[in-house]
Design a protein around this ligand. Structure first.
Ligand code: FAD
Length: 284
């Protein structure tokens, strides 16, 4: 099914995975998918990063999930490192495989990505390419606190509004205060854009991940860090994980009270925190 139709039909619950980097990770991901499938997610999305091998793994995983027919797959695709013709070819492959949903993303130039001088520069151009190639339901990225490369909040929101007008829905970077989702949606509405914005939720389950999350563009607030450090003193890693899941549950409850169209869980290819949140929120 198309994601925009799923959102229109009611509250969505979706899970995000990244492609496995090794056979061992493939086995773990397969187990995670088996453990999460009974939660009957509205859709599952697979990120697209790195060099050709990782990118091919995304394409294989998405087309396999879609062909198995038990889950609705969303393929992430990034501009960076691809020519427009390569992007058209990948989108054509997804369309031929019956994949109906793509996330059109700018992407970031990392060590294993060879930038191409003719790559589209912004995600909006990839949205337009996807419109040209197929009849996809197209999602875009939204950054409640503004994208790290944005010069200011107004330009960030102006460019977000422009790409969301052309797309069907947005999914946010993870964040930790539900007011940021409300403020983002109100700002978009003031710019005449009312397309659905799915909040991305990532529980902080280790103190070590705090640093990594800050580099991904969404710093963990000091108050939450203090909560996790207190838990660490009380009971070590297990207590930190439980406190992180508890904080994520509080965020989800606040988001649901604010009328979000769905919840999008960043699983990091593990299932336990997502299952615990899902059970607490939806009793299943
Ligand atoms: P864009 O929308 O292109 O925006 C990037 C920057 O350019 C912003 O500052 C924007 O304000 C600015 N901008 C946009 N248009 C213009 C314009 N016309 N003129 C001037 N400035 C402009 N990355 C991956 O590599 N793989 C993934 O699978 C992946 N999945 C993601 C999923 C989600 C839900 C999110 C939130 C992010 C994801 N990312 C992924 C990260 C994403 O690729 C990075 O955030 C990247 O830096 C920008 O992505 P974007 O699509 O927001 O880019």
């Amino acid at each position: 099914m198309r994601v925009d139709a799923l959102i229109a039909a009611g509250l969505t619950r979706s899970f995000e995975f990244f492609p496995p980097k090794s056979d061992a990770e493939s086995i773990r991901l397969a187990a995670t998918l088996r453990e999460l499938e009974p939660l009957d997610p509205s859709f599952v999305s697979v990120t697209y990063r790195g060099g050709p091998v990782s990118r091919q793994r995304t394409l294989e995983l998405v087309t396999r999930v879609q062909s198995e027919g038990r889950l609705t797959a969303v393929a992430h695709l990034t501009c960076v490192g691809h020519t427009p013709d390569e992007l058209r070819e990948i989108l054509g492959e997804y369309a031929r495989a019956g994949v109906e949903n793509v996330m059109a993303l700018g992407g970031d130039v990392t060590d294993d990505v060879v930038p191409s001088p003719s790559s589209p520069r912004y995600a909006l151009e990839l949205v337009e390419l996807a419109r040209e190639v197929g009849t996809f339901s197209i999602g875009v990225a939204a950054h409640p606190l503004g994208h790290p490369r944005s010069v200011d909040r107004d330009s960030d929101r102006r460019h977000l509004a422009a790409k969301l007008r052309a797309a069907d829905f947005a999914v946010t970077q993870f964040f930790f205060d539900a007011r940021e989702w409300s403020e983002l949606v109100e700002d978009l509405a003031a710019r005449g854009v009312d397309k659905p914005v799915l909040p991305g939720v990532m529980p902080v389950t280790t103190l070590r991940s705090v640093e990594r999350m800050a580099t991904m563009g969404a710093a963990v607030p000091p108050a939450l860090i203090a909560r996790l450090e207190a838990a660490d003193r009380r009971g070590g890693d297990g207590a930190v994980r439980d406190e992180g899941v508890r904080a994520a549950l509080e965020l989800c409850q606040d988001l649901l009270a604010r009328g979000v169209p769905g919840l999008h869980f960043y699983t990091m290819n593990h299932s336990s925190a997502t299952r615990e949140l899902h059970r607490a929120l939806f009793a299943s």
